[in-house]
Design a protein around this ligand. Structure first.
Ligand code: AMP
Length: 428
C-alpha cells in the first residue's frame, strides 16, 4: 500500500558551507589521494585505516576510472565510492552523480553516508524512493542537488514528470546490481542508463556476475578495473558461528533460552516467512523483550520506524525476513540468530553479514531442525568451513538424533571443500 503522507525527514535541505576550519591532515586516507576535508570527516566518524576495498577503489575512482567491484557486505564499500565521488564533484553545481539502489532501505543508507561524508562541503544530497508520496521528493528535486540516491521505478516516474534531468550526470553508481536483477529491475536500470550521457564514469557493484550482468557491465562500462575483496562466499572473519540442533516444536523455547543466556546488545532474528516473523515478534514481546519487525508486508513508515528504533536502541531485537539481509548497515548488531535456516546458502552469508561489520566482532546462531540438516550442510560447503553444533546445558531436549556422533562426523567431512555448484550466478 502506498503511504502518501510519509516522507523521510532526513532528505537534505540546503546546507551551509563548511562551518569548521579543516586542519592539515596526514593520514592513511590522505595517502590514498583524498583531501584534508574528507580525511577529517572520516576521522570524525572514527575511521582510522581504510578497508581493503577502500584502498583499492579510492585511487581508481579519483582518477575517473570505471570499476566493477565485488566486496562482501560490511567491508566499507559505500565509503569506497562515496569519498572519491565527493572529491571529484568538488563544489555545489548541477545533478552530477546518480546512485541506483534496489531497495528503499539501501537508498536511505547510502544517502545518509553521503550526507555524513559531505558534511564539510556544500554539496547537496537528495533521495527518491517508492512507496511514499511524491510531494516532498518533487520539491527536493526541483530545489536542485549534486548527488541523488534513488530506486529505479520512482526515479523513472520523476524523470517522466520532468522533475529532474540526468543530462549532466558525470558519475553513475549501480549498486547491488545482482539484487536489482533478482527483483526484476534490469529493464528500468537500462532505461535510466540510456538517459545518462555516454561520457561518464560508471561504478558497478555486485556480489555475483551471472551472464546477464556481464552483458550489462559490458554495455554500461568502459574499460572497467575489477576490484574484488574476498569471495562473497566467505563471511566476515570476525563472526563466530554456531548451529543449535533442535526439534521444530522446541524452537521458540530454545530461542528464548539463547536470549536469556546471551549477553547481547542488539539481536537481529531472521525468519523465513513474514507470518513467522510476526509470530516470533509477538511471542518475544509477551516475554518482555522490546521488538521491531521488518518485512515486506509492513509499510514504509513501519519499516523505517522498526529500523530506526533498532538502530537507536528502542528495540533490543529486530525480527526480519530476508528483505533486511542484503547490505543493510546496522552498526553494532552483536548477534544474528537464524530462527529458520535460509533456503540458499548464499543468503546465510548475507544474513550474518549484518554482524561483525567493519572489523567488529559478532556471533551468528542458527537453529537447525532435522528438516534443515541438508541446508545446514550446504551452508558449510558454501563457506568451506565446518560450523560447530552446540547444545545448551539444562535445556529439556526431546530428541537427540541430531547430535549423533556419525552425523557430526559426516558434516565435518562434507564441510571441507567449497563447491561452485551452489553459487547463485551459476544456478540460473
Ligand atoms: P558498508 O560496507 O559500506 O555498508 O560499511 C559497513 C560499516 O563499516 C559502516 O558502518 C561504515 O561506517 C563502516 N566503515 C566503513 N569504512 C570504515 C573504515 N575505514 N573504518 C571503520 N569503519 C568503517
Amino acid at each position: 500500500m502506498i503511504d502518501k503522507t510519509f516522507d523521510h525527514p532526513r532528505t537534505a535541505d540546503v546546507k551551509p558551507a563548511t562551518p569548521v576550519d579543516i586542519p592539515k591532515m596526514d593520514t592513511a586516507f590522505t595517502a590514498l589521494g583524498l583531501t584534508d576535508a574528507l580525511a577529517f570527516g572520516v576521522q570524525e566518524m572514527g575511521y582510522v585505516t581504510p578497508t581493503p576495498i577502500q584502498t583499492q577503489a579510492i585511487p581508481i575512482v579519483l582518477k575517473g576510472g570505471d570499476v566493477i567491484g565485488s566486496a562482501q557486505t560490511g567491508t566499507g564499500k559505500t565509503a569506497a565510492f562515496a569519498l572519491p565521488i565527493i572529491q571529484r564533484l568538488g563544489a555545489h553545481g548541477k545533478l552530477r552523480c546518480l546512485i541506483l539502489e534496489p531497495t528503499r532501505e539501501l537508498a536511505l543508507q547510502v544517502e545518509e553516508a553521503f550526507q555524513n561524508f559531505a558534511k564539510f562541503t556544500d554539496l547537496r544530497v537528495t533521495i527518491v524512493y517508492g512507496g511514499v508520496g511524491y510531494g516532498k521528493q518533487t520539491d527536493d528535486l526541483r530545489r536542485g542537488m549534486d548527488i541523488l540516491a534513488a530506486t529505479p521505478g520512482r526515479l523513472l516516474d520523476h524523470l517522466e514528470q520532468g522533475n529532474c534531468s540526468l543530462a549532466n550526470i558525470d558519475i553513475l553508481v549501480l549498486d547491488e546490481v545482482d539484487r536489482m536483477l533478482d527483483m526484476g529491475f534490469l529493464p528500468d536500470v537500462r532505461r535510466i542508463v540510456q538517459k545518462c550521457p555516454k561520457e561518464r564514469q560508471t561504478l558497478f557493484f555486485t556480489a555475483t556476475l551471472p551472464p546477464e550482468l556481464e552483458q550489462l557491465a559490458g554495455w554500461a562500462l568502459r574499460n572497467p578495473v575489477r576490484v574484488e575483496v574476498d569471495r562473497q562466499r566467505s563471511p566476515a572473519e570476525t563472526v563466530s558461528h554456531a548451529f543449535y540442533p533442535v526439534v521444530a516444536s522446541q524452537k521458540f523455547e530454545l530461542l528464548q533460552l539463547l536470549l536469556e543466556q546471551t549477553e547481547f546488545k542488539s539481536v537481529l532474528i531472521f525468519s523465513r516467512t513474514r507470518m513467522g516473523a510476526d509470530r516470533i515478534a509477538h511471542r518475544l514481546v509477551s516475554k518482555g523483550h522490546t521488538v521491531g519487525v521488518m518485512h515486506s508486508d509492513r509499510n514504509q513508515r513501519e519499516r523505517i520506524e522498526a529500523l530506526e528504533g533498532f538502530k537507536g536502541g528502542k528495540y533490543e531485537v529486530l525480527v526480519a525476513t530476508d528483505i533486511a539481509a542484503r547490505g543493510l548497515d546496522i552498526v553494532g548488531v552483536s548477534h544474528v540468530i537464524n530462527y529458520d535456516v535460509p533456503e540458499n546458502a548464499e543468503d546465510y552469508v548475507h544474513r550474518i553479514g549484518r554482524t561483525g561489520r567493519a572489523h567488529k566482532t559478532g556471533d551468528a546462531f542458527t537453529l537447525v531442525t532435522e528438516d534443515d540438516v541438508r541446508d545446514a550442510r550446504s551452508i558449510e560447503r558454501y563457506m568451506g568451513m565446518a560450523v560447530e553444533r552446540k547444545k545448551i546445558d539444562g535445556f529439556p531436549y526431546i530428541y537427540s538424533a541430531l547430535f549423533d556422533e556419525k552425523a557430526l562426523a559426516d558434516t565435518a567431512a562434507l564441510a571441507v571443500k567449497p563447491t561452485s555448484r551452489l553459487h547463485r550466478g551459476d544456478r540460473r
